[in-house]
Design a protein around this ligand. Structure first.
Ligand code: DC
Length: 646
C-alpha cells in the first residue's frame, strides 16, 4: 500500500462514468444465490475487498462460485443451508457480510467462527445476536458481549411467532434476520424496536429477496413477515446495479466543477436509496437530470452552491459526500440524523470533523449531527495530508477538495473496500491545472525561459532550485551541517518562505540575493542529493500548482514532481555557449569573472549531475529537447509556448 496520493488541483470535471457494481446489492445477491435452488449468473458484480470477503466465506462454506470473466460469476446454489458444517470465517471489515452471515449461519445447524479486522470487533452486533438467541440460536461473543468475534454452535431453532430486533443502531441487523429467516420455512414475523435507521437499505434487502422468490409482507417499517414455505429460487440471471454511494462523489464533482458529469448504472429505476443524494445536491442548487439508468450533475446555472440543513437518515453513506461538498457552498450545511456514522468503518462523525477542520472549515459535531461552515476565503492546504482511518468513504469524499487545492490523501489504498480504481477513474473525468516542466543542465537558461513563459501566459512560476538553495541557507543559519540528512530534511519540511514578485523571504527576511551566493550554490547541490530532503520538498513544490497554470523549472519537475505535466521541455545548449551566458551574467552584476574556469566548472557539474544517483540530470522520454545554442530567448519562449498549445 502506498503511503499517500497527491491529487492535483482541478479546473473542472466532466464526462461519463460507468459505475462499479453496488456493494450492498452484490453482497446480498451473492448470499441469496448461494442459499437458493439452482444456478445464478451474476453480472456486473462489484469486485472489491468487501465482496472478496463474501466470496471467500462462501467458498469456505462449500458453495461453488465460478468467475465467468467481465465481472460475471456463476453461483451454484446450495438449495438451503450450506454443505460445510464447520468453518472459520474471516470477514475483514465487511459489515454487510458479517451481519448477514451471522444470521444465516446461526440458523444453519453447524459450528462456525466469524472474525474480522480489529475495527470490526469494535462494531456492535449485540442486537442481532439477541434476536437470534430468541429463536434458540447458540452464539457466543468470544471477546466482549455484543461484539465480534463470534462462535456459533448447532442448536435447536424455534422459528415462528414474533422476533424482536432493535433498528436504531444499524439496519444490517434487520437485513440479516430477514435474509436468514426463509431458511426455517416457517412463518415468522420480525418486529422492529426503536426508529429504524437507514431505511432504504431495507428496501434493497426486500427487493433482492423478492428477486429470489421470497416476498416479505410488511406493515410500514415496524413489522415484517416471512410467509410459511418461503424458499429462495434462482432467477437465472441477475444484473447488479451500479453503486449509488460511489456515484455520489462524481455527481458532487459535476456540481462543484461545472459538469455535466454523468454516471451510468443507477437512475430513476434504482432500488438504492442513495440515489436520493442527487435530490440533496439539487437542494444545494446543482442542476440534476435523471434518466432510467443514469444521473447527471452540473454546477448551478448562476452563482455558487448553497448550504442546506437536511435529515440524512435515508442516505447515510452518500451524506458524507454532502459534508465535503459543503466546503464549496455559500453558508453552513447541517447534516442531521447521522448517529449510525459512529459505528461504521470508523467513528465517521469524529473523523469528518477533524479532517474538515484541516481544510479550514468550522465544524460543530454532535451525537447525531454535523454542522459545517466553509472557510471564508480559500480552502487551506493540509501539509500533513487528509487521514483516512481505513475508511474508503473518507478517502473518496475528501478527494472533492482537490477542486480547490493540491491535496495529499494518506493511505489511499483503503478505497479497495468498494472502489479499487477510484483514483484512476477520477483522473479520467477531471481537468487538472496544467503544468509546463522545464529541465536542463546548469546555465541552460531554464530559469529565465520558465519565468518568461509563466509571465506571458499569466501562470505561476516555480523555481525549484530556489527551494534547495533556501534549505541550504536555512540549514547554515541553524548551524546544521549540509550532510546531516535527517536534520536538513526537517528544516526543508518546515521552511517558512514567502515568494513575492521580486523577493524571497525566509522567516520574514529578504534572501533573494543571499541564496545566489557561490557557497550556498554548493550547499544547495549537496542538500539536493539527499533523498529525505527531496521527499520533504515534494509536496511543497506540488502546492505551487495553482490555477490557471504553473511553469516549473528544475531537475525532476517532469519525472517526479509533476509526472503528469502537459508539456515537458529539456533545455540545453553547448557548454561553450552556456559558459558565455554565465560570464555575461556575472559581469553585468559587477562580479569579476573569467571564462576558462567557468567552462571547466560547467563541464564538471554536467558530469557530476548526470552521474549522481539521486535525481540525475537526464532527458525524460516524454520531454521535448530544445537546443538553444543558436536561439534567442524570445525564440526559445516562442517554441515552448507553441508546444504547450499543441
Ligand atoms: O537551478 P539551481 O542552480 O537554482 O539549483 C540549485 C541546486 O539544486 C542545484 O545543485 C540543482 C539542485 N536542484 C535539484 O536537484 N532539483 C531541482 N528540481 C532543482 C534544483
Amino acid at each position: 500500500m502506498t503511503d499517500y496520493v497527491d491529487l492535483p488541483p482541478l479546473l473542472g470535471a466532466l464526462g461519463t462514468l460507468r459505475l462499479p457494481g453496488s456493494k450492498s446489492i452484490s453482497n446480498r445477491v451473492l448470499l441469496l444465490a448461494a442459499l437458493a435452488d439452482g444456478e445464478t449468473e451474476i453480472r456486473e458484480l462489484l469486485e472489491s475487498d468487501d465482496t472478496a470477503r463474501m466470496l471467500d466465506a462462501l467458498e469456505a462454506l462449500g458453495v461453488d462460485v465460478e468467475p465467468l470473466g467481465g465481472g460475471a460469476f456463476r453461483v451454484c446454489g446450495a438449495g438451503g443451508v450450506f454443505p460445510i458444517k464447520d468453518a472459520e470465517l474471516f470477514l475483514g471489515n465487511a459489515g454487510t457480510a458479517f451481519r448477514s452471515l451471522t444470521a444465516v449461519l446461526a440458523l444453519s445447524g453447524g459450528h462456525y467462527q466469524l472474525s474480522g479486522v480489529p475495527r470490526m470487533h469494535e462494531r456492535p452486533i449485540g442486537d442481532l445476536v439477541e434476536a437470534l438467541r430468541e429463536l434458540g440460536a447458540d452464539i457466543a461473543c468470544l471477546e466482549r458481549e455484543g461484539f465480534p468475534p463470534l462462535e456459533i454452535a448447532p442448536a435447536t431453532i424455534r422459528p415462528g411467532g414474533v422476533v424482536r430486533v432493535r433498528g436504531d443502531v444499524s439496519s444490517q441487523f434487520l437485513t440479516g434476520l430477514l435474509m436468514a429467516l426463509p431458511l426455517t420455512g416457517v412463518e415468522t414475523s420480525v418486529e422492529v424496536v426503536g426508529e429504524l435507521t437507514s431505511k432504504p437499505y431495507i428496501e434493497i434487502t426486500l427487493a433482492t429477496m423478492a428477486r429470489f422468490g421470497v416476498h416479505v409482507l410488511r406493515e410500514g417499517w415496524q413489522r415484517f413477515t416471512i410467509p410459511a414455505g418461503s424458499r429462495y429460487r434462482s432467477p437465472g440471471v441477475v444484473e447488479v446495479e451500479g453503486d449509488a454511494s460511489s456515484a455520489s462523489y462524481f455527481l458532487a464533482l459535476g456540481a462543484i466543477g461545472g459538469g455535466p458529469l454523468r454516471v451510468e448504472g443507477v437512475g430513476r429505476d434504482s432500488i438504492q436509496g442513495d440515489v436520493r443524494f442527487a435530490e440533496a445536491l439539487a437542494l444545494m442548487g446543482a442542476r440534476i437530470e435523471v434518466g432510467p439508468n443514469w444521473i447527471e450533475a452540473s454546477a448551478p446555472a448562476a452563482g455558487k452552491l448553497r448550504g442546506i440543513e437536511i435529515d440524512c437518515n435515508s442516505i447515510p453513506d452518500a451524506a458524507m459526500t454532502l459534508a465535503t461538498t459543503a466546503l464549496f457552498a455559500e453558508g453552513p450545511t447541517t447534516l442531521n440524523n447521522i448517529a449510525s456514522w459512529r459505528v461504521k468503518e470508523t467513528d465517521r462523525i469524529a473523523a469528518m470533523a477533524t479532517e474538515l477542520s484541516k481544510l479550514g472549515a468550522t465544524v460543530c459535531a454532535g451525537a447525531d449531527f454535523l454542522r459545517i461552515e466553509p472557510p471564508r476565503g480559500a480552502l487551506l492546504t493540509p501539509y500533513a495530508g487528509i487521514d483516512t482511518y481505513d475508511d474508503h468513504r473518507i478517502a473518496m469524499c475528501f478527494s472533492l477538495a482537490s477542486m480547490a487545492t493540491t491535496l495529499r490523501i494518506n493511505d489511499p489504498g483503503c478505497v479497495a473496500k468498494t472502489f479499487p480504481d477510484y483514483f484512476e477513474r477520477l483522473a479520467t473525468l477531471t481537468r487538472p491545472v496544467p503544468v509546463i516542466a522545464i529541465d536542463g543542465p546548469s546555465a541552460s537558461g531554464k530559469g529565465t525561459i520558465a519565468a518568461r513563459v509563466a509571465a506571458t501566459l499569466g501562470w505561476h512560476y516555480l523555481d525549484s532550485g530556489a527551494l534547495y538553495r533556501l534549505t541550504a541557507l536555512a540549514a547554515r543559519r541553524a548551524g546544521v551541517a549540509w550532510d546531516d540528512e535527517a536534520r536538513v530534511a526537517n528544516i526543508a519540511a518546515g521552511l517558512d518562505v514567502v515568494f513575492g514578485e521580486n523577493s524571497i523571504k525566509l522567516s520574514g527576511e529578504e534572501v533573494g540575493e543571499a541564496i545566489r551566493h557561490e557557497d550556498i550554490s554548493s550547499g544547495a547541490s549537496q542538500v539536493a542529493a539527499l533523498p529525505a530532503v527531496r521527499s520533504a520538498l515534494l509536496f511543497r513544490q506540488r502546492v505551487f500548482r495553482q490555477a490557471p497554470g504553473l511553469v516549473a523549472d528544475g531537475r525532476d519537475m517532469g519525472s517526479v514532481v509533476f509526472p503528469d505535466a502537459k508539456t515537458k521541455v529539456f533545455l540545453t545548449a553547448s557548454v561553450e555557449v552556456r559558459a558565455q551566458r554565465r560570464y555575461k551574467q556575472l559581469i553585468e552584476k559587477g562580479i569579476a569573472a573569467n571564462i576558462r574556469p567557468l567552462l571547466l566548472d560547467l563541464r564538471e557539474r554536467d558530469e557530476r549531475d548526470s552521474r549522481r544517483s539521486v535525481a540525475p540530470l537526464q532527458q525524460e522520454a516524454d520531454a521535448k529537447l530544445l537546443d538553444t545554442t543558436e536561439l534567442t530567448i524570445a525564440a526559445t519562449v516562442e517554441q515552448v509556448l507553441s508546444w504547450n498549445k499543441s
